[in-house]
Ligand binder design. Structure first.
Ligand code: M6R
Length: 612
C-alpha cells in the first residue's frame, strides 16, 4: 500500500524514480507523484490514476534534478485526486508518506489554529507542516523531522526534502516498510527492493523507530526517540533484476504461476535428506526437547497465507498429532488469545509486512510464545520480530494475487510438519523418507501440468467470464484449496465467489445452484473422492455447471458428470494440495484475462496490507 522511492546522486533522477515506482505498482495505488530539487526549488508533478498518466506528463515536460522523491498513493484520507497525490509541500519542505497518521485530526486542528493552510485532504500534508514548523524554529532538516515525529502517532515510512538543502534526503520508519539502497556516489530509499534492484543489491532494512540521512556520499542512521546514531547491518540481495521482470509472460501472475516448480524446489533446497529421511530446519531455533514440549500450535495469517495455514493445520495434525488452530490475524489480535510458552505460534506471510499479522505476532510474543515466521521477504518486519524464521525462497512476487508464495508456504509447513512428527517420535525414517520423496516429486508434476491444457482454460473462461457468482467446493485438504480458488477468482475477475467445505453444501449454498452459477470442485483421489462425486451429481441434478479438478485416475468417472474436467497427476493426498492449487490459479487467471480486468493490479487491492 503506497510506494516510496528516493534518490540522491549524480544522475538525472526523474525517470529513475518513475521506473522505481513502476516496480512498486504491485503494492496497489491510485495516484502518483514525483518531486525533484531544481535550482533551489521543487519541481513537483502529480497525477491521479495509473503511472502512465504521470509518465505522459513527464514526457511532455521533463523534470530536471539529481535528488528527488516519488510516491504511489493508495488512498486512505481523501479521494485519489491529483490534489491529494503525494508529494505534499509546505514552504520549503516536501514529504511522501506510506501509512496512516492516527492523530491527524488533532494535529490538523492545532496547525490550522496557528495559521497553517492546507491544500489536500490527506494526513500526510500534516507531516510537511510539522517539519516546516520545526525548521522555522531554527532546527536543521534532520532535527526538524525528528522533532516533528515526536508529535505523530501511527504508521509511517516517510521521506522528506528541503529545497534550501538540496544535498540531503531524510527518511524515517515506524510500522511501514523502508529499505535503503547503498550505491557508489548515489544512494536510494524505497518501500521494497525491486524498486532499486537495477541499481544496487546492497541494502539496509530499517527497523521501527529508525531514521536516516541520505547524501550522495553516504547514509547516517539514528533513532527517532533519542537521536542516537547506530551502525546497521548491510545485506546483499541475491535476487537478480531479471527475477523481478515479466520474462516474456503477459502478466507477472502468469510468470509467477509458471515459476512454481522452481520456487517449491528452492523452498526444499538443502532442507531435505532423502537418504536418512531427515528434514534440516536449522532456522527453527527451538531445541528438539522444546519442540517435543509444544502442546499446541496456532497459525496467524491473512488472506492466501491463512489458507496455506489451514493446509498446515491438516499436515501438522496428521504428521505430528499436535492440535493446531488457524487464526485470522485481524481477529486474533483483539480477542485475548490463549497462548503461552508451550504454544508454537506460526506467522505466515508472503510480504512480512502485513499489519495485522505483525500485531498478532507481537501479541503472541508478549504471552511468551515462540513465534516461527514462514515468510518470503528477507529482512521484512515479520522476519525481524520472529524468534525463528523459515524463508520460503519463492523469489519476488510482484502480482498482487499470491501464487508461488502460497505453494511455497505449504511446502515450508509440510517440512515443519514432518520435522515435528520426527521430533515427537511419530514418523520413523521409512515413513519420513516416503513423505519427503512425495514432496520432491511435486515440482516434476507441476512442470508437466504447466505445459498442457491451456485450451480447456480458454474455453472455460469464454463460457464463465460473464457469471455473477461461482462456488468452490472441496473436502479435507481440498477445502482450503477451494477457499483459495474462490479468493483468487474474486480478486482478479470481480466475480463473486464463495469457498465451502463440500460437506456443507446441503446446509445452505445448494440453494444458490442454477444454470448461471458454476461450481468448481476440488476432487482429487483419496478418501473423499466418492463423497465429492456425489456432491457433483447433486449440483448437476439442479442444472448447475461443474468444473472438476481431479487426478488422472478420477478423470473417467468425472467426465460423465462435469462440464469441464481439469486433471492433475496422481499423487498422495498430502501433496495433491500443491498440484490442485495450480488449476485454481489458472482458472482465475484465464477468466480475468478474458474479461480484461487488471490481472496484476486488481482494483482496490494492495500487495502488502501495511495498515489495519
Ligand atoms: O503478505 P501476506 O502474505 O501477509 O499477505 C496476506 C494477504 O494480504 C494476501 O495473501 C492477499 O490475500 C493476497 N492478495 C491474496 O492473493
Amino acid at each position: 500500500m503506497c510506494g516510496i522511492i528516493g534518490y540522491i546522486g549524480e544522475r538525472e533522477c526523474s525517470n529513475l524514480i518513475l521506473e522505481g515506482l513502476r516496480r512498486l505498482e504491485y503494492r496497489g495505488y491510485d495516484s502518483a507523484g514525483i518531486a525533484v530539487i531544481s535550482d533551489g526549488d521543487f519541481d513537483i508533478r502529480r497525477a491521479a490514476g495509473k503511472l502512465d498518466r504521470l509518465a505522459t506528463s513527464l514526457a511532455g515536460e521533463p523534470l530536471h534534478g539529481t535528488v528527488g522523491i516519488g510516491h504511489t498513493r493508495w488512498a486512505t484520507h481523501g479521494a485519489p485526486t491529483e490534489q491529494n497525490a503525494h508529494p505534499h509541500r509546505a514552504g520549503d519542505i516536501v514529504v511522501v508518506h506510506n501509512g496512516i497518521i492516527e492523530n491527524h485530526r488533532e494535529l490538523l486542528r492545532e496547525l490550522i489554529a496557528s495559521g497553517h493552510e492546507f491544500l489536500s485532504e490527506t494526513d500526510t500534508e500534516i507531516v510537511a507542516h510539522l517539519v516546516r514548523r520545526e525548521r522555522a524554529a531554527g532546527l536543521d532538516l534532520r532535527a526538524s523531522v525528528r522533532a516533528a515525529l515526536q508529535h505523530v502517532e501511527g504508521a509511517y515510512a516517510i521521506a522528506v526534502m528541503d529545497c534550501q538543502h538540496p544535498d540531503t534526503i531524510v527518511a524515517a520508519k515506524n510500522a511501514s516498510p523502508l529499505v535503503v539502497g547503498l550505491g557508489e556516489n548515489e544512494n536510494f530509499i524505497a518501500s521494497d527492493i525491486p524498486a532499486i534492484l537495477n541499481h544496487t543489491r546492497n541494502v539496509v532494512f530499517l527497523d521501527e523507530g529508525q531514521m536516516l540521512e541520505l547524501t550522495r556520499s553516504g547514509v547516517t542512521f539514528f533513532r527517532i526517540d533519542d537521536g542516537s546514531p547506530f551502525e546497521p547491518e548491510v545485506k546483499h540481495i541475491s535476487w537478480t533484476p531479471a527475477m523481478a521482470e515479466k520474462g516474456g509472460y503477459k502478466h507477472f501472475m502468469l510468470k509467477e504461476i509458471h515459476e512454481q516448480p522452481r520456487a517449491v524446489t528452492d523452498t526444499m533446497r538443502e532442507r531435505i535428506r532423502l537418504e536418512s529421511g531427515q528434514v534440516d530446519l536449522p532456522e527453527l531455533t527451538l531445541t528438539a526437547e522444546s519442540l517435543s514440549n509444544i502442546h499446541r500450535a496456532v497459525v496467524i495469517a491473512c488472506g492466501t497465507s491463512w489458507h496455506a495455514g489451514m493446509v498446515g493445520e491438516y499436515l501438522i495434525e496428521q504428521f505430528a498429532r499436535i492440535p493446531v488452530e488457524v487464526e485470522l490475524a485481524s481477529e486474533f489480535r483483539y480477542r485475548h488469545p490463549v497462548v503461552d510458552e508451550h504454544t508454537l505460534v506460526i506467522a505466515v506471510s508472503q510480504s512480512g509486512e502485513t499489519a495485522d499479522t505483525i500485531a498478532a505476532l507481537k501479541e503472541s510474543k508478549s504471552h511468551g510464545a515462540h513465534v516461527l515466521a514462514i515468510c518470503n521477504v528477507v529482512g521484512s518486519t515479520i522476519t525481524r520480530l520472529a524468534d525463528s524464521v523459515v524463508l520460503t525462497h519463492a523469489g519476488p512476487e510482484v502480482s498482487v494475487a499470491s501464487t508461488k508464495a502460497f505453494t511455497t508456504q505449504i511446502v515450508a509447513l509440510y517440512l515443519l510438519a514432518v520435522r515435528l512428527g520426527q521430533v515427537r517420535g511419530l514418523l520413523d525414517a521409512e515413513r519420513s523418507t516416503q513423505l519427503l520423496q512425495d514432496l520432491v516429486e511435486v515440482p516434476i508434476h507441476m512442470e508437466a501440468m504447466l505445459h498442457e491444457g491451456e485450451a480447456t482454460y480458454l474455453e472455460m473462461a469464454k463460457r464463465f467470464s460473464h457469471s455473477a457468482n461461482m462456488l468452490y467446493l472441496g473436502r479435507g485438504l481440498s477445502f482450503p484449496i477451494a477457499l483459495e480458488g474462490a479468493l483468487k477468482l474474486k480478486e482478479l475477475s470481480y466475480i463473486h465467489a464463495e469457498g465451502y467445505a463440500a460437506g456443507e453444501m446441503k446446509h445452505g449454498p445448494i440453494a444458490l445452484i442454477e444454470e448461471s452459477v458454476p461450481s468448481v470442485f476440488v476432487c482429487p483421489d483419496g478418501p473423499n473422492f466418492e463423497k465429492t462425486v456425489g456432491n457433483i451429481a447433486e449440483i448437476k441434478a439442479r442444472g448447475g455447471p461443474v468444473i472438476a479438478v481431479t487426478c488422472v485416475n478420477g478423470k473417467a468417472a468425472l467426465e460423465a458428470e462435469a462440464d469441464f474436467v481439469l486433471t492433475v497427476p496422481s499423487s498422495p493426498e498430502h501433496t495433491q494440495v500443491l498440484l490442485t492449487s495450480l488449476p485454481m490459479q489458472l482458472i482465475a487467471y484465464h477468466i480475468a484475462d478474458f474479461k480484461g480486468t487488471d490481472v496484476d493490479q486488481p482494483r482496490n487491492l494492495a500487495k502488502s496490507v501495511t495498515v489495519e
